[in-house]
Design a binder for this molecule. Structure first.
Ligand code: ADP
Ligand code: MG
Ligand code: ZN
Length: 486
């Protein structure tokens, strides 16, 4: 049988660290990169008698995430103990949610690599605490443990096995991250560990409805590696089946250096977690008014924004994608649209934001929201381009100057002498000079060489030190020389 006889089935388990100030059940700070064991207390190190108190803001962020993912929010929720022994887990159990997760079923919509709209179901998204970190210093026979991370709030988002290709997994993750960042739930930075992903994958004969035996891949440190690891794992499973064997349910690890997955532990070694309700954290009600208030405070989600940009503002899809990739950029653009006069050039503004302003922020290593340039000023500059006062090229300079000082656009144009020569008489004289000086090029043009016209426009631009309105220069040249071959 050929490889195309099989289809792959993928489900992702994503952990995100919630952007709270403090941990899930104690007042220790939730910060990245602090000295080892400096953000710890009797609760998060599991001292006898210490009692957990739920962080209300963590709960709010979990609900916010649930709403951003279209999840049904539980009316009652509770915490359970998941028991296992590991040096990074001081209590001997992790507080998690088994039976009544804060967020029930939801879904995530995205466009896949074939351009098809896909809706992937989310099975649940529950709260739990993070574990500490063990370290094994090189050349040392001892191991170290850092409990700063122990007790940091996590949301585990479990997808249904609805993804079909590694590329879809990549796109699902990208959209998930975009939504969670819009909702300001988490940084979702895989490099800093604030987003982690375990990938489950199986294969089955194409057209089958039953699920095949899956493996789970851990230690994935980027979306690209999730995609790569899945592709390799699908290849491996397919080879196993084609050779007459069967896939063994197990946990595998991605060896980035060797571009392959390898067995970490088999199903037989899988732990029994002996879950039971945490007696220190009684079940409680999530009031509807509280959920409604959180819903009301959610920003417009990126897919809705994108549809609005394309549909009612006439912005090209690719530009709308760039604008909505980041909430700060989208809101900065929204502020531009708000400042736009009636019938203003939204598309021109969108191009300036994606083509110039985002690059400016990027060069400075800051968010677009922290630029000195304001949306109102940018709209003025685009207006100057549209009415022919300055060229697109000059607009770039003006924008950079606006971000460096407190001048108004018109002042920058004046100071740098960037106003275009759009006056026919003034430009006509220069056009005549260029025609007289470039006999050979004029001859080429008259002989039918259209490119020669560009050279002549270039000549006019050079003679005016870039200030000529290139459109007008072209028109005047054609008027004087007649059409090509004329
Ligand atoms: P567990 O309780 O062992 O963690 P779950 O049923 O919660 O198992 O599933 C964990 C993840 O594995 C989910 O994202 C789910 O979609 C995915 N999954 C389950 N079965 C399969 C399968 N046969 N093939 C691919 N993914 C699967
Ligand atoms: Mg699981
Ligand atoms: Zn603590």
């Amino acid at each position: 049988m050929s490889g195309a006889a099989y289809e792959s089935v993928i489900g992702l388990e994503v952990h995100v660290q919630l952007a709270t100030r403090t941990k899930l059940f104690c007042g220790c700070l939730n910060v990245y990169g602090a000295d080892a064991n400096t953000n710890v207390c009797s609760v998060c190190t599991g001292q006898p008698g210490a009692l957990p108190v739920l962080n209300g803001f963590a709960l709010e962020l979990a609900v916010r995430a649930g709403l951003a993912l279209g999840c049904a929010i539980a009316s009652r929720t509770k915490f359970d103990r998941k028991n296992y022994f590991y040096p990074d887990l001081p209590k001997g159990y992790q507080i998690s949610q088994l039976e009544r997760p804060v967020n029930g079923e939801g879904s995530l919509r995205f466009v896949n690599e074939a351009g098809e709209e896909r809706v992937v179901r989310i099975a649940r998204a529950h709260l739990e605490e993070d574990a500490g970190k063990t370290m094994h210093p090189d050349g040392d026979r001892s191991s170290l443990v850092d409990l700063n991370r122990a007790g940091i709030p996590l949301l585990e988002i479990v997808s249904a096995p609805d993804l079909r290709t590694p590329q879809e997994a990549y796109r699902y993750l990208t959209e998930l991250k975009r939504r969670l960042r819009y909702a300001r739930v988490s940084e979702c930075d895989m490099e800093k560990g604030s987003l982690r992903c375990d990938a489950n994958v199986s294969i089955r004969p194409a057209g089958a409805t039953e699920l095949g035996t899956r493996t789970e891949i851990k230690n994935l440190n980027s979306f690209r590696n999730v995609e790569r690891a899945l592709a390799h794992e699908i290849e491996r499973q397919t080879a196993v089946v084609e050779e007459g064997g069967s896939v063994v349910q197990e946990t595998r690890t991605w060896r980035e250096d060797e571009e392959r997955t390898e067995t970490l532990r088999s199903k037989e070694e899988a732990e029994d977690y002996r879950y039971f309700p945490d007696p220190d954290l009684p079940e409680f009600e999530l009031e509807e008014e509280r959920v409604d208030a959180i819903r009301a405070a959610l920003p417009e989600m990126p897919d809705v924004k994108r549809a609005r940009y394309v549909g009612s503002l006439g912005i090209p899809e690719a530009t709308a994608d760039v604008l909505t990739a980041d909430r700060d950029a989208a809101e900065w653009f929204d502020a531009c649209v708000a400042a736009l006069p009636d019938g203003g050039d939204a598309k021109g503004v969108a191009n300036a934001v994606t083509g110039v302003v985002l690059a400016l922020a990027n060069d400075q290593g800051v968010s677009i929201a922290d630029l000195r340039l304001t949306p109102e000023r940018l709209v003025e500059v685009v207006g100057l381009v549209d009415d022919g006062t300055i060229s697109r090229q000059a607009a770039r300079k003006v924008i950079a100057e606006l971000d460096a000082g407190d001048e108004a656009p018109a002042e920058v144009v004046e100071r740098l002498g960037l106003a275009q020569v759009s006056d026919e008489d003034a430009l006509g004289a220069t056009v005549d000079e260029v025609i007289a000086a470039q006999e050979k090029v004029v001859e080429d043009y008259r002989g039918g060489n259209e490119n020669a016209l560009n050279a002549l426009v270039g000549g006019v631009m050079k003679a005016t030190k870039g200030k000529a309105n290139p459109q007008l220069a072209r028109e005047l040249l054609i008027r004087r020389l007649g059409g090509a071959g004329g």
